[in-house]
Structure formats: C-alpha cells, structure tokens
Design a protein around this ligand. Structure first.
Ligand SMILES: C[S@@+](CC[C@H](N)C(=O)[O-])C[C@H]1O[C@@H](n2cnc3c(N)ncnc32)[C@H](O)[C@@H]1O
Length: 354
C-alpha cells in the first residue's frame, strides 16, 4: 500500500514528531487504518492535513499589529510586521506547551528560553502544583525538553531556569536527567542581589541557576561574548593605564573601553513588588537578564522560543532586540498581560525608530 505511510513516515512527511502524529490520531484528527501495532495513514489525508488541518497553530488570521483568533481552543496573538512599523515578528500562543511544541518545525530555533513551573515552590499558584510527585514532574520535564531538542537548531542553545530555595534537590535531579538527554554546556548563576527569606535552617537563598544545554558533544553553538561586554569603571581604567608595562597607551585604552567579558555569574537585581517593570506575574524575570542571554546567544532575525512565556519577558526582550520569537503560555490571563506588554512596547516612539 504505497499511498499510505506509517506513523514515523507521516511525521517526516509533515515535519512534526511521531508523538504529534500519535496525538492527532488519538484525537481523531487523522484517519488511519490500523495494521498490527502501527497505523497507516493515507497520503491524501496527510496532504489535506498539511493544507488545512493545522492553520490554527501559529498562523495569523489577518494582518495587523496584534490580532487574536480562537480556533480549536487555541488563541493565537500575532504581532506582525506592518507597512508602517519596522518591527520584528512574533507570536504568542495560548495553550499547553506539551500540545503546542509538537506542532512547531524541527531544527528551527536558535535559542530556547525556558522558565518552567518549578514544582511546589510557589504554593499559591496552581500552575506550580499540578504534579503528584517529583518523579511525575521529572517525566513531564523530559517530555517538553525532548520536543525542545527537536526544534532547536544544531548550533542553538537552550536555557532552562532552575529554582530558588527549598526544592533544589528536584532541580539537581532535573539537571542530571537533562544532561543525559542533551549536552551540558554551562550553568549560569543568576545572583538576584537580595536574599529570598524563605528558610531558617540554612543561609538565605539568593541565586537561581540557569542550565544551558546544546544539542550534542560535537555541536558548536553560536555565542558572541563581545555582544555582552561590561564596562570597566573609570577608576579601574585609569589605574590600568598607569601600568608601566604597556607602551602603547592609546591601544591599551581602546582595549579597556571595550569593557570586560561577562562571567557566568550575573548579578541583576530581582524585581521588587514596587518595580515599574513588574506587571502582575509572581515569577516575572528582569528584562535585562533575559536580554543579556539573548544578546549573547542570537543574531538579529534569529528565532527564539519561550515555551512558558508568563508575562512575556522573553517576547518583549526579543522584540526590542530585533529577533523573531514565539511564546507559549497556558494561562489566558498571562497571555493577555503579555499581549498588552507587547502592544505597549510597539507604541514607544524610540522603539519604533530603532
Ligand atoms: C516561571 S513562570 C514564567 C515567567 C516568565 N519567565 C516571566 O518573566 O514572566 C512559568 C509560566 O508557565 C506557565 N505554564 C505552566 N504550565 C504550562 C504549560 N503546560 N504550558 C505552557 N505554559 C505553562 C505558567 O502559567 C507560568 O506563567
């Protein structure tokens, strides 16, 4: 039966994962003939599906600065290029990352910024308490990371935020599990500058870890250290210039003015409740932190994905830096917050002129 394909072949045909095909079959969206343990899918059905079946995911229904469509329970907000605003391109998809990730194209994203639920750290937030046990949480983590690996480019990097405080042991298991799935690349420490006083049996937690993974041992990720140099303070420059060993003072000064390389310990204050940047998400990350990571790991025009968009920090940063982006968020209220944040950003005159 050469006009029918197996699940694996159908996945290649549509450019999605076999898991996505199995889900479509289970949901009755792809008709099949069951042969033994596998399914056979008619190519005519696949062609129909490619043309009609998935236009609701990540595709705008109309042009404009920000539009929303609701189809198959998936809201799509598309911030598109318009003739008047020289803007980047982005999409916020309201849905479950586990459902949406399999619909995204393979080998597509230069960078993935993932700040997932931490597992029972924010006890008041339902989204952080949906797993019965650490092992459930680890299984869930493995599922979305595997999908992220599929859609990450060979020279791309994925940044996964860890957590602060009491549940570090789950995070340590997460790191060790993920280092078997992908190649460990770095561990960035986000020093939040102030402590988070949630425990009395040890020192006050002040940092969060960001696990950085690449595709494989031999992959060579894009990374530009020069894009995130930090300035020396003036006193330091003057004291270095007094050093008699350097004959060519002008060359030395030019070199110093470029600034120093940033280390993998980033001291960036976390957002206080009273901060102007804070827009109503309990775990909102500072935009300067995300921008630092994006600037070093992508070029203008590259695609960035955030599967747990929250208040839209990655989207706002990527848009400001001229990158293309996709954000997934399951909570419609946070989608609304992100959408407003992006709309506001797009109306800042200075930003439009950039
Ligand atoms: C730690 S927060 C992200 C905060 C974000 N980095 C920011 O700066 O605003 C995690 C987010 O993941 C969302 N979330 C939880 N489970 C999800 C899922 N299965 N799919 C998509 N989003 C999910 C939550 O609603 C929450 O907003």
């Amino acid at each position: 039966m050469k006009d029918a394909l197996t699940t694996e072949a159908a996945a290649i045909f549509l450019g999605v994962s076999p898991a996505r095909i199995r889900k479509l079959i289970k949901d009755g969206r792809l008709p099949t003939d069951k042969i033994g343990r596998d399914h056979l899918i008619q190519t005519t059905d696949l062609e129909w599906f490619a043309a009609n079946g998935r236009k609701n995911i990540g595709r705008p229904s109309e042009n404009g600065c920000a539009c929303a469509t609701l189809k198959d329970d998936v809201a799509v907000y598309h911030i598109s290029k318009t003739s008047t605003l020289p803007l980047g391109k982005g999409e916020i998809i309201c849905g479950d990352a586990l459902e949406i990730l399999p619909t995204l194209p393979s080998n597509h994203f230069q960078m993935i910024v993932a700040d997932p639920p931490y597992f029972q750290v924010l006890l008041d937030e339902e989204w952080d308490n949906t797993w019965k046990s650490p092992s459930d949480y680890l299984d869930w983590t493995l599922s979305w990371v595997r999908e992220c690996k599929r859609i990450l480019r060979e020279d791309g990097l994925i940044y996964i935020f860890g957590q602060l405080g009491k549940r570090e042991h789950v995070w340590l298991h997460t790191c060790s599990m993920l280092a078997k799935e992908m190649q460990f690349h770095d561990m960035v420490i986000w020093d939040r500058a102030v402590g988070y006083n949630e425990r009395y049996d040890s020192f006050t937690p002040q940092y969060e870890m960001i696990l950085v993974l690449r595709q494989s041992e031999h992959s060579r990720p894009y990374f530009d250290k020069n894009a995130v140099r930090l300035p020396y303070d003036e006193d330091k420059i003057q004291s270095y210039l007094r050093d008699k060993r350097y004959k060519d003072k002008q060359a030395r000064e030019e070199h110093l003015r470029k600034g120093k390389y940033a280390t993998n310990i980033l001291r960036i204050p976390s957002l206080k409740g009273s901060s102007k940047e804070k827009i109503g998400h309990p775990s909102q990350k500072p935009i300067s932190l995300i921008s630092h990571l994006i600037s070093a790991s992508t070029r203008k025009g590259d695609f960035i994905l955030d599967p747990f968009l929250g208040s839209g920090t990655t989207a706002a940063s990527a848009e400001s830096l001229g990158r293309n982006w996709v954000g997934i968020e399951s909570n419609p209220e946070y989608v609304e917050i992100s959408k407003n944040r992006l709309n506001e950003l797009l109306t800042i005159p200075q930003f439009i002129l950039d």
